[in-house]
Design a protein around this ligand. Structure first.
Ligand SMILES: [Zn+2]
Length: 261
């Protein structure tokens, strides 16, 4: 498997608009953090999330086509670039498949009503929204996209609103879990003992809706991943600072990072 980190930044991206200090002024390209997203080569290749930087991320990495997208949740920094899939709909007249849970889809309907116009018109995006499959108890079940075996994982993001994000485990080897405080206990078994675990954690300090960077490190260790990556980073620490203080098998993600395994 080969994964490219298209963006490793938190909701504001880094540099943060209006902030002129510290990491925001860094000249290290690893401190430029676009909104979080990854691309996985495979049959077919998969994209996780289309944030507001999606277009520039595709251009930066020279990725010319996408046919399947998995969405984690409806926050703008994860879906704000959905409309930029439109030019790719011309390449894929059968449409682009977008997978999400039902709640995320409902929020997308509210925000992008023109996607659902019953009348066809030139330039209308052809995005086929598909629900993640559920078993008889209402839990996410495993499904396939081509040769990719995918297990969705329920993640508690904003507890006061019972708002969940969805993580994904690929081929029983790699999990991408972002925007959450804790993994729903029903899914813990799917994220244990993996080869690679990528976890979103913006800040060193505790946050009501996210793991802190140190809680994320603890989680990676507790779940016994061989290798961990921390993504969705804010502007609190330089890449090099994080790299120096992290345990040997845990790495701060950065834009353009490629992982082969
Ligand atoms: Zn979020």
């Amino acid at each position: 498997m080969k994964i490219t980190v298209l963006g490793s930044g938190t909701s504001s991206g880094v540099p943060v608009l209006g902030k002129n200090s510290g990491v925001n002024l860094s000249l290290d390209p690893k401190d430029k953090r676009l909104r979080s997203s990854i691309y996985m080569e495979g049959d077919p290749p998969l994209l996780i999330d289309t944030g507001p930087d999606f277009r520039m991320q595709m251009l930066a990495q020279g990725i010319n086509n996408i046919t399947h997208v998995l969405l984690t949740h409806s926050h703008y920094d994860h879906v704000g670039g959905l409309d930029d899939l439109r030019p790719l709909c011309f390449k894929n007249p059968e449409g682009i498949s977008c997978y999400s849970d039902e709640h995320t889809h409902r929020e997308i309907i509210d925000r992008f009503q023109y996607f659902y116009d019953t009348k066809d018109y030139f330039g209308k995006p052809k995005l086929n929204f598909l629900y993640l499959p559920l078993d008889k108890s209402g839990n996410f079940s495993e499904f396939h996209i081509g040769t990719n075996r995918i297990q969705p994982v329920k993640l508690m993001h904003i507890e006061s609103r019972s708002f969940y994000s969805v993580g994904y485990v690929f081929n029983g080897k790699f999990a991408y879990l972002t925007d959450f405080r804790w993994v729903d206990p029903a899914y813990i078994g799917f994220v244990q003992d993996l080869e690679i675990l990528m976890v979103g954690a913006p800040l060193p300090d505790p946050h009501p809706n996210h793991l802190s960077i140190y809680e994320a490190i603890e989680l990676i260790q507790k779940l016994n991943a061989q290798k961990g990556y921390i993504t969705h980073l804010a502007d609190a620490k330089f890449h090099q600072e994080l790299a120096d203080e992290f345990p040997e098998n845990i790495i701060p993600a950065f834009d353009g990072l490629m992982i082969n395994f």
